[in-house]
Design a binder for this molecule. Structure first.
Ligand SMILES: [Zn+2]
Ligand SMILES: [Zn+2]
Length: 140
């Protein structure tokens, strides 16, 4: 099994972390929450078990927002620069890692577009990857 150590950090550098491959998934999410939370057309996230994740610096600079109307959507961010940072799902089962926060190249590529049914009219095209209106059937 591959055990590549990857590093990530926020824009100002206060917060940094380390995560060990392999990742469960890497997907593009086009839901309206991800659009608001990232300020762009979609979020690209990696998913890993929390046991493979460690904060290195700046954990005290993190803040988070749990969307009250959502079961699990939340956003963790650096309070100095506002960059989206990895978050632990509210059930404690997964780390959702914004791919753009990585300083290393992950050994995985995005496999799917999810919440394609909610995409903005100006979204990037699917580049031939499978698209799902919400979550893929196999995740339910
Ligand atoms: Zn920062
Ligand atoms: Zn989303």
């Amino acid at each position: 099994m591959e055990h590549t150590k990857l590093n990530g950090s926020c824009l100002c550098g206060a917060v940094s972390y380390e995560v060990t491959a392999p990742f469960a998934l890497m997907v593009h999410c086009h839901c309206s929450r991800c659009r608001k939370g990232t300020g762009t057309g979609h979020a690209t996230n990696l998913i890993a078990p929390p046991t493979q994740f460690t904060w290195l610096t700046g954990e005290e600079a993190l803040s988070h927002f749990d969307l009250p109307s959502a079961k699990s959507f939340s956003k963790w961010f650096c309070t100095q620069c506002g960059s989206p940072m990895p978050r632990l799902t509210r059930d404690g089962q997964r780390m959702i890692i914004p791919a753009g926060s990585l300083d290393s190249v992950p050994p995985i590529q995005p496999s799917d577009h999810i919440f394609w049914g909610s995409r903005a009219p100006w979204a990037c095209d699917s580049s031939g990857l499978p698209t799902h209106d919400e979550y893929p059937e196999s995740w339910k």
